[in-house]
Design a binder for this molecule. Structure first.
Ligand code: FE2
Ligand code: FE2
Length: 453
């Protein structure tokens, strides 16, 4: 019946254990015992009780330690993920980022992302993997993390322990993060499941935020498109002009090596460069005969008017140069400021080339459209006068590379130009490459279809 106190417990440990209610009570009994050390049986009972109390306290401490380690791991992963969030832009990238963090946390585990399918009858793209599909369906139905042991007969390899964390954005099932590791490894702890639960919830919230931002972006782009179309349609001959200018400017900006952020602002600026025409009298805009001096002065107000419209939107501060200076000439004979050469901001020089090219290749009330070769020839003659000679050359090469020897080339290019910026994902260039992690094949239910690495 006598159980010795654990040999590893030192007097210092005993002092420490006084924090336990039970141990303190037993120690008090020992200290106040009137029986003396002669009553061996009674002392043995006291020591036995004390030993059990100490065991309970140690067990409590061990539980707390595991819990603390679990919380510390969760914080580490959350910290890791939040540090990298600014570098991800698309929904699949967000999910991959979490999967990658979990892969680092669970050494030896194979981590994969199974994306939701569009078809309502299939839950996920792991549908060819019947065992996994069934478990994902269950995790989705229960809306919680589940762990299942997968027999070796099913994998064709060794037995694995598989944890499945469903990711929901609002009420929508987005994907499942699957962790599979050898069944010989220590079993997943409750804190492991809590970690995956916390991260998949966090991931789902971010995906939902991403969707809301995407919808807002789509909405603002659609509104701007509607606005510039309305302005372009003031004159039937300029219908679609701003969208096409944005497309050609984007081609040239990319070729010139602009950063993603500069490219984005260039596209907005090109799209809005003529928005100030909304304030130009229709009789002047639509006039087919020669403009009077007053009328010409009036039409030349449009870059300043465009600038005034765009400066009302603080987020488009980077798009102001193109709106104000797209009619400056390289030789200093343009308007509104008469800037010369590289005094003219790069954004404006790029838009000017796109603007001139689209104007030359479009029908006007006073002349038919030039074909693309004719337009490039006219622009070559204008190098150093109207347009930047270096950028003109780059644009010339770029257009020739797209069209030379291709019978349907011009029709295809203008088709792309006319439908440019209908999707904000196309308009807003992704700024980073996706994180690579073991990802199963799949297409996303909303966007980014086929964006796997
Ligand atoms: Fe203009
Ligand atoms: Fe224009």
């Amino acid at each position: 019946m006598f159980q010795p106190v654990r040999s590893s417990t030192s007097p210092a440990d005993l002092d420490h254990l006084e924090s336990s209610e039970a141990a303190r009570a037993w120690l008090a009994m020992l200290r106040t015992s009137q029986t003396g050390f002669g009553a061996r049986a009674e002392v043995e009972v006291l020591l036995d009780g004390l030993s059990k109390a100490i065991d309970r306290v140690l067990a409590e401490h061990a539980g707390m330690s595991a819990e603390l380690i679990g919380v510390y791991e969760q914080l580490g992963v959350v910290f890791d993920v939040t540090g990298k969030l600014p570098s991800v832009n698309t929904e699949p990238e967000v999910v991959r980022l979490f999967a990658e963090s979990l892969r680092r946390s669970f050494a030896g585990a194979e981590v994969s992302v199974v994306r939701a399918k569009r078809a309502p009858t299939l839950v996920a793209d792991g549908a060819d993997d019947e065992w996994l599909s069934e478990r994902i369906a269950r995790a989705r139905e229960l809306a919680t993390v589940i762990v299942e042991r997968r027999p070796s007969s099913d994998t064709g390899g060794s037995e694995t322990e598989t944890m499945i964390g469903p990711v929901f954005a609002g009420g929508d099932f987005v994907s499942a993060i699957v962790l599979a590791r050898s069944a010989k490894a220590p079993s997943y702890r409750a804190s492991d499941m809590l970690l995956v639960e916390a991260l998949t919830t966090f991931c789902g919230d971010l995906v939902r935020n991403h969707r809301l931002v995407h919808e807002l972006r789509e909405l603002s782009l659609a509104m701007v498109r509607a606005l510039v179309n309305a302005v372009d349609q003031k004159d039937e001959y300029t219908s679609g002009h701003s969208i096409r200018v944005s497309f050609y400017a984007a081609l040239l900006g990319k070729k010139h090596g602009l950063s993603a952020a500069d490219l984005q602002m260039l596209q907005w600026s090109a799209l809005l460069h003529d928005v100030g025409k909304i304030g130009i009298r229709d009789d002047v805009l639509k006039k087919t005969s020669r403009l009077t001096e007053e009328e010409f002065r009036h039409i030349k107000e449009h870059p300043v008017r465009s600038h005034k419209v765009v400066e009302q939107v603080p987020q488009l501060a980077g798009a102001l140069d193109g709106t104000l200076y797209h009619h400056e000439h390289y030789d200093g004979c343009g308007y509104p400021s008469g800037l010369k050469g590289e005094q003219i901001p790069l954004q404006a020089r790029i838009i000017q080339i796109a603007d001139v090219f689209d104007a030359l290749t479009s029908t006007r009330s006073y002349r038919p459209a030039n074909d693309w070769r004719g337009a490039l020839a006219i622009m070559a003659a204008e190098a150093g006068k109207t347009v930047d000679p270096h950028l003109r050359k780059v644009f010339d090469e770029l257009i020739r590379a797209q069209l030379e020897g291709k019978e349907e080339g011009w029709a295809q290019l203008t088709q792309r130009a006319n439908h440019f910026a209908q999707d904000s994902e196309e308009f807003d260039e992704p700024q980073v490459k996706p994180v690579t992690v073991g990802v199963r094949a799949g297409s996303d239910s909303r966007n980014g279809a086929g964006q796997g690495p």
